[in-house]
Design a protein around this ligand. Structure first.
Ligand code: GUN
Length: 291
């Protein structure tokens, strides 16, 4: 038997349509245009692609997109000054500083300089704390996207065993908080976890967010489990020709697809949800700012 594929592209398209509808309403009824500012330091190719896609989808949803592309040698003081200007700009409702930042910048300091009400990434320590204490927070986009797919696929998750593999601030930790909020029994596993395979096999819901290509084999997946693969890893694909590559997740899809009940593919699973949730967070920030 083969798992149901959870189609992130379709979920994301539905969210974008809803966002565009909200934006039309905000504009028509209240004269408001949600605005998203994205700040990118340097010329990392992957970051440039993300930023371009964010800008394009922001405009397609009817929102204003402000892009600030700065040289890699931009100082921390200059970056903090830009953030202060964006915090004060009424047309900007959401601010995203693309990570990773160059080594000479203290990322924590920069993220905490963003007005928490405009922190559409949900990385400000105040939003992290609000999420952890069950208060109204800006929620990081990738785990929020995973949650939406899980809700759409499973509905009620109360009492389910959820295992999150990975403990990053961007995905693993907020994902665990969101699953706790759904009344799951949550385990956070990571590279030092003893008997990782055993731990994964307990999971009704398995979220893989480690950033290591195909590290979770099918025999770590409990039969019938719902598997959310957050990994986006590029590996060599000599079968496609010399020097060719392909994208794979943190889960070994080919062996997991016959065991899981449902699984997100890579690409086309979690990936498209992140930007869709960013757009949704920007609309939320705009609405809260004008409440
Ligand atoms: N770099 C990779 N993913 C993300 C993300 O979700 N937000 C930001 N700001 N940078 C990233």
């Amino acid at each position: 038997m083969s798992a149901t594929l959870i189609d992130g592209k379709a979920f994301a398209a539905t969210i974008r349509e809803k966002v565009a509808g909200h934006v039309r309403h905000l504009h028509g009824e209240h004269g408001l245009t949600p605005g998203l500012a994205v700040v990118l330091l340097g010329e990392d190719p992957a970051s440039q692609v993300y930023v371009r896609n964010k800008g394009k989808q922001t405009v397609e949803a009817g929102m204003a997109s402000f892009e600030h592309k700065l040289p890699v040698e931009t100082s921390q003081a200059e970056l903090l000054a830009l953030i202060a200007r964006l915090n004060a700009a009424p047309a900007v409702h959401g601010i995203l500083v693309q990570l990773p930042l160059p080594a000479h910048i203290d990322a924590g300091k920069v993220l905490d300089a963003i007005d928490p009400a405009k922190d559409v990434d949900g990385f400000h320590v105040l939003n992290v704390g609000r999420l952890a204490t069950g208060q109204k927070a800006m929620v990081p986009c990738t785990p929020l996207g995973c949650l939406m797919m899980l809700r759409g696929h499973l509905g009620d998750m109360s009492g389910a065993e959820a295992v999150v593999v990975g403990r990053s601030n961007i995905v693993g930790k907020p994902m665990a908080q969101l699953l706790l909020g759904e009344n799951c029994t949550v385990t956070i596993a990571h590279s030092r976890t003893r008997d990782l395979g055993e731990v994964c096999r307990r999971a009704d819901i398995l979220v893989a967010a480690v950033g290591r290509a195909q590290m979770i084999p099918g025999d770590w997946v409990r039969p019938g489990a719902t598997v959310i693969d957050v990994g986006i890893n590029r590996i060599a694909a000599p079968e496609r020709g010399e020097g060719k590559t392909r994208l794979v997740g943190d889960v070994d899809f080919d062996s997991a697809v016959g065991v899981a009940g449902a699984i997100t593919p890579v690409p086309g699973g979690v990936g498209p949800m992140t930007i869709a949730c960013l757009l949704a967070n920007t609309v939320t920030a705009c609405c809260r700012a004008n409440d």
